[in-house]
Design a protein around this ligand. Structure first.
Ligand SMILES: [Zn+2]
Length: 152
């Protein structure tokens, strides 16, 4: 939200109110030139609902996802910021979808796609939980696919 007068990137909110068209009107004050301007920001109306494998539904919880990722990254050289960015990117992807009901498997795939690039051990750990590898075979298959991809 850049200042329209001096293009400075930071401003503070001095007043905020809901408008009838599901937008929030904010009065901001530029932290550099102190001029005031108005912004309209979209309100996130819909909650994302996660559909679990057994059919149960629950609201999407970014903290829960973050915790799961942190667990997978335990003792791995993955900075917390990188993990947070993955969660953020996944949430953004989910919000862009027209349907606000999302199967856990899709969330898992979106995370794994990104985690694979960040840390392969963390990726395997996460995949083993998310895909719930039932036997050592499927686990080895995933490892094998990873190694094959790495060689390319
Ligand atoms: Zn300014």
């Amino acid at each position: 939200m850049r200042c329209p007068f001096c293009a400075h990137a930071q401003s503070k909110v001095v007043d905020s109110r809901d408008t009838s068209d599901f937008r929030i009107r904010r009065r901001r004050e530029c932290l550099k030139c102190a001029k005031r301007f108005t912004t309209f920001e979209d309100v996130q109306l819909e909650e994302i609902t996660v559909i679990k494998k057994d059919g149960r539904r629950e609201p999407f919880d970014r903290n829960k996802l973050l915790a799961g990722l942190m667990r997978a990254c335990e003792k791995r050289p993955v900075p917390r910021l990188v993990v947070e960015k993955i969660v953020e990117a996944v949430e953004q992807r989910l919000r862009k979808r027209p349907h606000k009901e999302v199967p856990t498997t899709l969330i898992g795939e979106l995370v794994m796609e990104r985690l694979k690039k960040a840390d392969q051990v963390a990726y395997i750990r996460f995949a083993s939980v998310y895909r719930s590898f039932t036997d050592i075979d499927s686990f080895e298959k995933a490892l094998h696919a990873l190694k094959k991809a790495a060689r390319k």
